[in-house]
Design a protein around this ligand. Sequence first.
Ligand code: ATP
Ligand code: MG
Length: 351
Amino acid sequence: MITFKDVTKTYPDGTTALKDVNFDVREGELLALIGPSGCGKTTTMKMINRLIEPTEGLIEIHNKDIKEYNIHELRWNIGYVLQEIALFPHMTIEENIAVVPEMKKWKKKDLSARIDELMHMVGLDPDKHRKRKPSELSGGQQQRVGVIRALAADPEIILMDEPFSALDPISREQLQKDIRSLQQEIKKTIVFVTHDMDEALALGDRICLMKEGEIVQLDTPQNLVLNPVNSFVEDFIGSRKTPWQTAVDVIMEQSGDAVYSVDDYESGRVPTHGMFHLRKSDGTNGGAVIDGRREVVPELDNGMVLKDAVALFEKHKYDSLPVVRGNKLIGTLSYKDIVLFLKSQSKEEEV
Ligand SMILES: Nc1ncnc2c1ncn2[C@@H]1O[C@H](COP(=O)(O)OP(=O)(O)OP(=O)(O)O)[C@@H](O)[C@H]1O
Ligand SMILES: [Mg+2]
């Protein structure tokens, strides 16, 4: 939907901020842009609404060169949260939020209801804050107004340049959730800059990792974690909250298909092929049976993360392992469960 074709930006002083960049933001996706300071994230954003013009190359929205759009319409249709808080200081909070809707000639009543709705969404009491000036709000509150101002006129595209950097972790998490559900419901196309890999992994349908004006890897969170193209990507990801950090009891099979009681085993009411697990009458793990033979296999603790569990699978080569909580057998985890879980986590159909 937004397409960069061979885009290069060299500033007048000779700094090349972007080098021959090609990528596509798909309709309804949230693309997280991430990379070290100075790698060109803000430059990329500002080119989408023509605050900065490329030196070379072409940017298209809906397959049309952005230069062919009326510049005002282009900008009204793109909500933009700037990296630096940039509310109009002489205007009240409600006037700040109303700027674009007023240009779009919204009705007063609709606009007022919209302002209430948005302020509630970010935990600002309209009665208390509507008539204040930005200087009468804390930095984090101003930032929240910056976010809702960008959403106010219901734009098709939203650009967010580190919108949550001044927020405390709780407000930040709340706003992340709001953005996520907003994006799932109304399918906005969002380009989101962040320094925080956890935030990128949590929010991004895809993540674009940049370095020195170039794209190093643009991929789903899963692929970025599983198949980093080089050590720069690996280092940047580090050890993060990914599907791989999910506890095994979230992923395991609970139905008990692969679990029989020791009684059933001893009276022969169990399959003679394949692998399953036994539960003793007191609920504890009774060991595994593989093709009719009883074997002792490693146990997975219920709170163990998937990454560590997979390491055990790699080491021992069993298809499934028992999951225990305390001393009770609570389920099993198999390769199949892992694949299904990763598939469910992936927002990409083809993965
Ligand atoms: N107006 C300008 N004139 C000259 N160089 C500039 C200008 N604006 C940005 N740059 C340079 O272009 C490069 C990319 O800047 P940009 O602001 O896009 O980085 P960024 O990835 O957003 O960084 P940060 O994470 O610190 O916000 C940097 O080297 C920066 O110094
Ligand atoms: Mg920036």
